[in-house]
Write a protein that binds this ligand. Sequence first.
Ligand code: NAD
Length: 313
Amino acid sequence: MKVSIIGGGGLVGSCAGFALQCGGVVREIALLDLNANLAAGQALDIMHGGPSVADQRISSGGYEHIPTSDIICITAGLRRKPDESRLDLINRNTDLFVGILDEVKKAGPKSSAIVLVVSNPVDILTFVAAKKLGLPATQVLGLGTQLDTIRFCSLIAEQLGTAPTQTHGLILGEHGDSMIPVWSSATVGSLSLDKYPGWNSMLAEKIFARTKQSGAECLSKKGGAGFAVGIAIRDVIHAIALDQQRILPVSTVQDGACYGIRDVAISVPTVVGRAGAVQRIEIELWPKELQGLKSSAAAIKPTLDAVLKRIGN
Ligand SMILES: NC(=O)c1ccc[n+]([C@@H]2O[C@H](COP(=O)([O-])OP(=O)(O)OC[C@H]3O[C@@H](n4cnc5c(N)ncnc54)[C@H](O)[C@@H]3O)[C@@H](O)[C@H]2O)c1
C-alpha cells in the first residue's frame, strides 16, 4: 500500500507521514510539495527513523508518484493573510486545490485509488474533489470531523480522568463552527457518559466549546495543529489499508440516504474500508442532534454554492 501526501512538506502533511511511519502499516509513503526541498527534508528526517520503526519506503518527489499510489492524501493549503476575509481565503485555497486536482488527474491515478482530502475548508473541497476527479464518490473522502472527534474524546478523558482509549464520543456535521456533538452515544468503558460520576451538563458544554476552539487554540499556542491531525489521518488511512470497516465520521458527498441530507459533503457515521466510504449509517439521534446536523449541512451550502459558481460548475 502506497500513500502519497500532497502538501507533505507542511506541518499537517509531515505529521501525517510521521504518524503513518509509527503505525508501520503502509509500505510506502511519498511526500509531494510545491516546496520540493522541504518535502525532501521531511522525507529524509522520517526515513532516518525507519530502522527503529518499520520496513517502509519513504520518499519525496512530484506527481510521478500518483499512478502507483493507492491513497492520495491532500494536505496542501494556504494560511490566512492579515485582513483577508474568510471567503477570500476559501477562494485562494479552492484555486490552489483545483490546480492540484488537475495535476492528479493528468498524472493518471489508479482506478481503485482513494483520495483523502484534509485541506480546508475540508467539506467544501471534498465536494469539489468528488466532482472534479471522476472517481466513484465512495473513493473520495474528507477527514471531516475525525480530528474533532478525537479532540473531543481526549478532552472528556482529561476532565474525568478516564482512559482516553475507553472514552468514546462523536462529532458529526461540518468541520467548522456548526459541528455537533453526539452526546446520545457517548460512553466511557461502555458505560453511558451522562450517568458517569462527575458528569454534568455544564461540564459537557465547556468541553464541547473547547473542542470547537481547539484548532484556534493550537494556532495561537504553536502556529497550527499537527500531531493530532496526523493521527486522525492515520485512523482513516489504516481503516482503508487494513479494510477495517471502521465507522468513522469522515466527510462524503451525501445523496439524501442519510438523515435526508443531500448535495453537500459532510460527516455522518461512515463505514471505511479498502473501497473507501463503503456505507453510511443512519442511527437514531436525539431530536436536537438531528436538527443540529441538518442545520450544519444548511450552513455549508451557501459557501459551497459560491465556490461551485467560481469554479464554473
Ligand atoms: N481537516 C482538518 O481536520 C485539518 C486540520 C488542520 C489543518 N488542516 C488544513 O490542512 C492544510 C495544511 O495545513 P498546514 O498547517 O500543514 O499548512 P503548512 O503551510 O504548514 O503546509 C502547507 C503545505 O502545502 C504546500 N503547498 C502549497 N501549495 C501547494 C501546491 N500547489 N502543491 C503542493 N503543495 C503545496 C506548501 O508548500 C506547504 O508545505 C490547511 O488547509 C489547513 O487548514 C485541516
